[in-house]
Write a protein that binds this ligand. Structure first.
Ligand code: ADP
Length: 199
């Protein structure tokens, strides 16, 4: 069911170090989505690799997105081969994501994947829309991170599709760690007839 869609959000080590956990939770929470899972962990290298390779197309997509972004700015990417680029990205991402604690969350609600991606903003903070978490709260770019040989520090991971979310949630959470509960807000968001408001 669309209104039960779930998505995974991970506040990356830069989000924790910047003391932005509360601000980030607030931005998703006020959308009407429901928080149904929450934990703080320091991921291992193997776990991060597993997480990013859950989607077999991730290697091609991430490299291609990086190349396109360079070209759009009239710059030359480090390589024309998306796979070569992603190989480096993954190595740097593992270093980044294992550097300290992260907070993993599962958000549930209508169009959860799309709503969370919208609130999160595009991958590169320099070009993420104003009003999004990545656009408002940090300032990294592909160029800066590639020059320094590190991952883009963009505060958040958010699942790319409902299918990806299913796999990622199964990786990060045991089934019993995902809670099923009613929120008072659910009524005004989802009830077809609003006949329980007036007494
Ligand atoms: P998103 O997190 O927006 O879904 P991707 O799945 O394409 O983006 O990439 C995963 C993460 O890898 C990004 O959030 C970012 O931290 C890092 N990353 C992606 N491309 C690059 C790059 N070219 N250089 C450095 N880090 C990158």
């Amino acid at each position: 069911m669309l209104k039960d869609e779930k998505t995974l959000v991970v506040v990356k080590p830069d989000g924790i170090q910047r003391s932005l956990i509360g601000e980030i939770v607030k931005r998703y929470e006020r959308s009407g989505l429901k928080l149904v899972g929450l934990k703080m962990v320091v991921p291992t290298a193997d776990f991060v690799r597993q997480h990013y390779t859950v989607d077999p197309e991730w290697f091609v997509k991430t490299g291609t997105k990086t190349i396109e972004s360079y070209k759009k700015k009239g710059k030359t990417p480090l390589s024309e081969d998306p796979l070569k680029i992603t190989e480096i990205v993954l190595k740097n991402l593992i270093k980044f994501m294992t550097a300290g604690p992260v907070v993993a969350m599962v958000w549930q609600g209508m169009h959860a994947v799309g709503v969370v991606r919208k609130i999160t903003g595009g991958t590169e903070p320099l070009t993420s829309d104003v009003g999004t978490i990545r656009g408002d709260l940090t300032l990294d770019s592909y160029e800066a991170s590639d020059t320094d040989g590190r991952a883009v520090r963009n505060l958040i991971h958010a699942s790319g599709s409902a299918e990806e979310a299913r796999k990622e949630i199964a990786l990060w959470f045991k089934p019993e760690e995902i809670l099923n509960y009613k929120l008072a807000n659910d009524a005004i968001l989802y009830d077809v007839n609003l006949d329980s408001i007036l007494e």
